[in-house]
Design a protein around this ligand. Structure first.
Ligand SMILES: [Zn+2]
Length: 412
């Protein structure tokens, strides 16, 4: 039967073929012209427009159903009874494609992946926004996250904050802006509808539903689904591109967290030796074993506390009229030996002019003051001592302790 073949949009003319050209000729013609007009080779805006028009023409003419609908001025939808004359225009709808691989897969999404660069006090945001298939969305997310890991931190105070936020978003495949994804998925659904691929169209309409927020958007999705209600769901779906968010944790997530694992491994490696050193320090013997429960002043403190001949003590003074500091002192078993150093045992030791408790006091020394014994009385009860500051006189021998184990009696 003879059909009236028209070229309402000039698709055949664009490709430089006649309406009688077979599929192979259409394909050859497209390839030849696409090479000339591809944006990678021909950067002029006009070439870009022509390239898109050419691609649109080719997609229609390469699809037998769409080509027949174009030739006869009706759409494949009209043939199935769900469309109208306006659907003929949809025959020209070219499905959008992944910006990386150029394929019109069912799992396309408009994604915004975050890249953050810190520079001193400035945080530069360089998001990557576009339509990606799942595979290339994941790969782009990994690349964006690695960029953030390397470049994001170096701004204060907000570099680390922005970097962590960007990494978090990228980890889940980037942000999916609702308006863009609603537009994308309903457009894709219409495009596949126009090309007669109705199961795919239905799947895309279902994917669009979560992104429809306004009443008009929801109604449009409902209309699409109603028109496609008798279509089976596509088997498997290739990428299982159901919702926008993925509930599983995949290799893309692992790749994005790899720097974190690396840092954790480094931290463990660094902390290991530190812990070993800390352990060694803890094993080091404590340096103060001689401090007995009595505690008290050292020789130095005693020397510092040496008074003038009559001056009052600061610190360890004994109030006048208090009990005799020697009372209760047990004489040392070892006798005091002339020529050796001793320390004053009472907190305040009175040095007297003669070997008698009733003799006049010539000075008083603080506990722990180092005294050299120059002479010992025949009964050993009294020692003549000389301090480093020149104080000379007699003290009871029981008030002297061997200088090495300077122990000062606590004040009564
Ligand atoms: Zn892709």
């Amino acid at each position: 039967m003879s059909q009236v073949v028209r070229d309402p949009k000039g698709y055949y003319a664009m490709l430089g073929v006649t309406p009688a050209a077979d599929a192979a000729a259409v394909k050859r013609a497209y390839r030849t012209r696409a090479k000339l007009l591809h944006p990678d080779r021909n950067p002029s805006p006009r070439a870009s427009r022509e390239f898109h028009a050419l691609t649109e023409a080719y997609h229609v003419l390469a699809d037998p159903a769409a080509r027949q609908a174009y030739d006869t001025g009706r759409s494949p939808i009209a043939a199935s009874g769900t469309g109208s004359g306006a659907a003929a225009a949809d025959a020209a709808l070219t499905p959008r494609t992944c910006r990386v691989c150029g394929r019109a897969t069912i799992d396309l999404r408009h994604r915004v992946l975050h890249r953050v660069r810190g520079r001193g006090i400035r945080v530069e945001r360089r998001p990557i926004s576009g339509v990606f298939c799942r595979v290339h969305g994941d790969r782009t997310a990994v690349a964006a996250s690695l960029y953030c890991w390397a470049m994001g931190w170096w701004a204060l105070p907000w570099g680390p904050v922005a970097t962590l936020a960007a990494l978090w978003h990228n980890l889940w495949g980037g942000q999916l802006p609702a308006a863009e994804n609603y537009q994308l998925l309903t457009f894709q659904a219409r495009a596949f509808l126009a090309r007669g691929n109705l199961p795919i169209a239905r799947a895309l309409a279902e994917q669009a539903r979560p992104f429809a927020h306004s009443a008009a958007e929801r109604q449009h999705v409902a209309q699409l689904l109603e028109a496609l209600a008798d279509q089976p769901r596509p088997r498997g779906g290739g990428g299982g591109g159901g919702g926008g968010r993925r509930p599983w944790f995949g290799s893309a997530q692992v790749a994005q967290l790899a720097p974190l694992l690396l840092i954790a491994a480094l931290a463990l490696y660094v902390a290991g030796p530190a812990r070993v050193i800390g352990g060694l320090l803890a094993l080091w013997p404590a340096p103060v074993p001689e401090q007995g429960p009595i505690g008290g002043a050292t020789e130095d403190a005693g020397a510092d506390a040496l008074p003038g001949p009559q001056g009052p003590f600061t610190g360890r003074t004994r109030p006048p009229g208090a009990a005799d500091p020697f009372a209760g002192l047990v004489p040392e078993a070892a006798a005091v030996v002339p020529g050796r150093l001793y320390a004053a045992r009472p907190a305040r030791l009175t040095v007297r002019a003669t070997a008698s408790p009733h003799a006049a006091a010539v000075a008083a020394v603080g506990g722990g003051t180092v005294l050299m014994v120059t002479e010992v009385s025949p009964d050993g009860a009294w020692s003549r001592v000389l301090s480093a500051r020149g104080v000379s006189g007699y003290v009871p021998s029981v008030a002297l302790a061997p200088a090495g184990a300077a122990a000062v009696e606590p004040e009564g």
